[in-house]
Design a protein. Structure first.
Length: 134
């Protein structure tokens, strides 16, 4: 992902705040020590594929535009999510953005903590995120 200029940042920030999602999800996985892991993603939703194409062009990514149940979407994975969230600020979803970056940092540093400490850190971040969802 490229470095965004002021105009591009403003467009992406507004779109993500209005028609996007900064998500932290708890994914079940039997092979994980605790039976689950956390995934951090960004999704852009809209019914206008051309508009989503513009977002893809601005971010300089080659992600497919997917068909959701009621609209189309672009879903960013872990690396692209980190690169994007570290470049922008949000209004309505700023706390979620900060928690997502904290979760990404915790995941990146998981080998520098004891497993129980890592688990406590990530579980706490997820609980904070869930409270924002209510």
């Amino acid at each position: 992902m490229k470095e965004l200029n002021h105009y591009e940042r403003g467009f992406i920030e507004g779109f993500l705040d209005a028609d996007g999602c900064v998500g932290i999800s708890k994914v079940k996985r039997a092979t994980s020590k605790r039976g689950y892991f956390y995934r951090v993603t960004v999704h852009f939703y809209n019914t206008n594929e051309e508009l989503l194409g513009k977002i893809r062009d601005i971010l300089d990514i080659d992600h497919n535009i997917l068909q959701g149940a009621t609209c189309k979407l672009i879903s960013l994975g872990h690396t692209a999510t980190e690169e994007l969230l570290s470049q922008i600020n949000l209004v309505a979803k700023e706390e979620k953005r900060k928690l997502a970056l904290q979760m990404i940092e915790a995941i990146k540093n998981r080998n520098s903590h004891k497993h129980s400490t890592y688990q406590a850190i990530t579980d706490d971040i997820y609980k904070q995120y869930e409270r924002l969802q209510q």
